[in-house]
Design a protein around this ligand. Structure first.
Ligand code: F6P
Length: 382
């Protein structure tokens, strides 16, 4: 269906109120539907209508895929996982990285997007996405299109915000897995290795590991050795603990410097597999059973925690406000206790990594959690 035709079909449902577009892009996470609902409800009360574009940026271009979002359509989705609009991290807007490290757009695609904005008479478009999707949104903004961003990712790796929505839900999933592994590890006197997501940062491993009582946490931000992990396991044995819980972030480099995953041409590396590598190496080094669990996409599925429901609702309402106030090129952000906004450019410019000297790492070390970088306890406050 052509842009004009689709716009005219939709126009039958739409009235003269100004229009806001929204799309969800990249890997899904809990809270996407809560953002969609927050946008739709707050737009409604401000006298705006909302058009949802389906399957990420793909929905903006031929064949245009969209739907009219009303308070009725979004009723009851606050607690639902996934996204009613669909999402993709592939296709014509996939996170293809160019020479300067920015997302690369195919020739002519911005013109098609501009036509859609005009055909739908959009006052602004809300892009809900992580660093890849928001760097595409930044290119829209630089091309003069009215866009604002909402920071989404379980990885929590965007700058300018204390939390992305979805992160808290992923941490709960990780902690829940550790709670379950705890009892089976203790029953069998085993070392359990839990591999969690997070791409090149260790936020999920760190927060999930603390929340779930992990004994060893391996993250990309701290270099570690097998000897130090074995020393921790031995120390626990001496303390009468016959089991150990090891949490490893998928992006943590091995002592050799290798990051485990698959590289595909010009695309983001697909990470995963370090849990099994660590498990096999520990099996060679200790006289104890070692088992590996890869938490994988369970961390992205299911409904949002209450924290993420509140954060997502706040993000949705604030994004609408940005469009009403014509603050384009901005991304909503959380600067506790306030939801504010910052430029998308600043948010995607730098990966927000875990500070190895930050309070969460220090807290973990103070409780004796091992990061694999020292053979025993070191007072973090000295
Ligand atoms: O960015 C979110 C995330 O879940 C990462 O933690 C993980 O590395 C990646 O996406 C997995 O992507 P995919 O769903 O394409 O396997």
């Amino acid at each position: 269906m052509s842009n004009d035709l689709k716009a005219s079909v939709l126009a039958a449902e739409l009235d003269e109120r100004p229009r806001i577009g929204i799309l969800t892009s990249g890997g899904d996470c809990p809270g996407l539907n809560a953002v969609i609902r927050g946008v739709t409800k707050s737009a409604y009360w401000l006298g705006y209508q909302v058009v949802g574009f389906r399957n990420g940026f793909e929905g903006l271009i031929d064949p245009i895929q969209c739907q009219h979002l009303t308070p009725e359509v979004t009723s009851g989705i606050l607690v639902q996982g996934g996204t009613i609009l669909g999402s993709t991290n592939k296709g014509r807007f996939g996170a293809r990285v160019g020479k300067d490290g920015r997302a690369e757009l195919a020739d002519g695609i911005l013109d098609q997007v501009r036509e859609t904005f005009e055909a739908f008479r959009l006052e602004g478009l809300i892009v809900v996405g992580g660093d890849g999707s928001l760097s595409t949104a930044l290119q829209f903004h630089e091309a003069g299109l009215p866009v604002v961003g909402v920071p989404k990712t379980i990885d929590n790796d965007l700058s300018c915000t204390a939390y992305t929505f979805g992160f808290n839900s992923a941490v709960l999933c990780c902690a829940d897995a550790l709670d379950r592994l705890h009892t089976t590890a203790a029953s069998h006197g085993r070392v359990m290795v839990l591999e969690v997501m997070g791409r090149h940062t260790g936020w999920i491993a760190l927060h999930g590991g603390i929340a779930g009582g992990g004994d060893v946490i391996l993250i990309p931000e701290v270099a570690w050795t097998y000897e130090n992990i074995v020393a921790k396991i031995d120390e626990r044995t001496r303390m009468g603990k016959n089991f150990t819980l090891v949490v490893v972030a998928e992006g943590a480099a091995l002592p050799s410097g290798t990051v485990v995953g698959q590289d595909s041409e010009n695309m983001q590396t697909k990470l995963g597999g370090i849990g099994q590598v660590v498990t096999e190496e520990l099996e060679n080094r200790i006289d104890q059973d070692v088992r590996c669990v890869v938490l994988g996409h369970l961390q992205r599925g299911g409904g949002p925690t209450t924290f993420d429901r509140v954060l997502s609702s706040q993000y949705g309402a604030h994004a609408v406000r940005l469009i009403v106030e014509k603050k384009f090129g901005q991304m909503v952000c959380y600067d506790p206790p306030d939801v504010l906004d910052a430029s998308i450019e600043a948010a995607v410019g730098d990966l927000r990594t875990v500070d190895p000297l930050g309070s969460a790492v220090k807290t973990a070390r103070a409780m004796g959690i091992c990061f694999g970088d020292t053979p025993g306890y070191v007072n973090p406050f000295n």
